[in-house]
Design a protein around this ligand. Sequence first.
Ligand code: FAD
Length: 494
Amino acid sequence: MLKADSTVTANMNEDSFSSLPDSEKDAWLRERILEIVGPLGMITEEQDVAPYVQDARGRYRGETSLVVRPSSTQQVADVVKLCAQTGTPVIPQGGNTGLVGGGIPLCGKQNVLLSLQRMDRVLDIDPVGHTITVEAGCILANVQEAARTVGRLFPLSLASEGSCRIGGNLSTNAGGIAVLHYGNTRDLALGLEVVLPDGRVWNGLRGLRKDNSGYDLKQLFIGGEGTLGIITAATLKVFPLPVQIETAFLGVRDIDHVMQLYSQARSASGDRLTAFELIPRAGMEFGLKHVPGITDPFDRTYPFYVLMDISSSEAGNNLRTLSEQVLTAILEENLAEDVVLAESIAQAKNLWAIREGVVEGHKFEGAVVTHDVSVPIARIAEFVRTATAAAEAMHPGIRVIAFGHVGDGNIHFNFHQPVGEDPGTFIARAPEFNETVYDIAVGLGGSISAEHGIGYVKKSHLKKYRTDIEIELMRRIKRAIDEKNIMNPGKIFD
Ligand code: FAD
C-alpha cells in the first residue's frame, strides 16, 4: 500500500494517480480522505455502501470506491481538492430521493460519493429578516420545524420531506404542494455556500432580498444537479406562519372545469389559495382499494377531484366565511358538482390522505410508466385531454392517471398497465410512451422535467427538447466551472 505521507500527497497529480493500479488508487485516496474526515466520515464496507449506490425504486445501481460523509464545509473543500488533484469524480448526494439516477455514481467504480448527511445543522434563524440559514444536509422536515419554532413558515413541502435534504431540493429546484403561492426552491433561495470543483469555497450566504451587483451566481447551482459544485449551506426565505387554514375537496365533471375552478378560487380567495391538487377518479380508487383509512367523502363519483387549501396568517376566524363564499360561488357557477369543506383538522387530514393515497396505492397496480412534465398552467386541460387520447390510442386499456400540483403546471402523468396484461410487455413500450408525452408537453410550451431533474435518465431527451443554443450555453458553463469534469460526470450531459 502507498504511504500517504506529505511528500507523496504533494507530488501526486492526475497523471501519476492515473498510472497507479486501481487497488492502490483506492488505498491512497482512502488514507488521505480518512485524515480529512476521520473514521465517522467514511463508509467502505460493501453492505454499508449499498444504500448509497442504489436509488429509492431500485432501478439504478452504481458503484463507488468509497462513501465520504464530511461534517464541515472545510472537510468538503479538502476532499474535493484532493479529488481535483487526482481527477477523481465526485458525486454529491443528499437524501437520495431523486428518481432520475442523479445522485447515484454511474461513472465506473473509481469515484467518491459525497453524502451531506452529517452536515445537518440549522446555522441561523432571523425572524425579522424572515430568513433561515441551514447546512445543505438538513432534512427538509427539520428546516420546516426549525422555522415553526420561531413562528415562521418554510413553505417547501413535498411527499419526500422526511428524507430529502435541502441541498438536494436546491440542486433539483424542487417544488411541491405550496408552489402556487410561495414558489419553488429557486424562489425561496436567497444565498448559497458552494464548494467549487477545484475545492475553493464560494460564500454567497448574504441573504439579501435585492442584490444587483453582477450575475446572480447562485442560480447556476440551483437546479444544477451537483454538476457544477457542492452546495454546503443555504440562506432561505421564511414567511409568517398561517394561523387559519381551510381545506376543501371538490368533485368536478371534467378537466376544463378544474382549470376554470383554479382561476376562480385563486382570485375569489384574494390570492390566499396555497394548494390546489388534481386527483382523477382512477387515482382516488387506487387509494380507496389499497390504503387503509381512506374514504370517499361523496355519495356519487366524479371524473376529477380537486383538493385545495386556503390559508392566512391573519389572526381571527374570518377565513372560514371567505372560504364558504368562494365555494358557494363555485357551485353557483357550476364549476364543481359537489364540495366538502373540512370541519376539523382531523377531517382536513383525511382529505389530504386521499391525495397521498394516489401515490401509496399506485404501487399495487402493476407496471407503471411515469412522467413528471409541466406545461403552462393555461394549457393543462389541453395537455391532459390530448395526451390521454394519444395514450389510449397507442395502447388500448391503458390507465392514465394525471394528478398533481396544478398551481405550478406540474402534472404527474402516469400510465398504468391494462388490468391483466403482462407487465414486461407494457414496460417495453415505455420509450414510445415517453416520446409521445414529451412531444405533446413540449409542443404546448412545456418541459420534460418538472421534478427530479435530468440526472442520468433523461439525458438523451434533454438533447432533443432543448434548443442547440441552450445546450451549447449549458455545456460552456459546465466547462468553465468544472474544467476537469469531475463534478457528477455523466449527469445532465454525457
Ligand atoms: P438526492 O436524490 O440525493 O440528489 C438529487 C440530485 O441533487 C443529484 O443530482 C445529486 O447529485 C444532487 N445533490 C444532492 N445534494 C447536493 C448538494 N448538496 N450539492 C450539489 N448537488 C447535490 N420533487 C418536486 O419537485 N416536487 C415534488 O412534489 C416531489 N415529490 C416527491 C415525492 C416523493 C415520494 C419522492 C421520492 C420524490 C419527490 N420529488 C419531488 C423529487 C425531489 O427531487 C426530491 O425528493 C428532492 O428534491 C431531492 O432531494 P434529495 O436530498 O433526496 O436529493
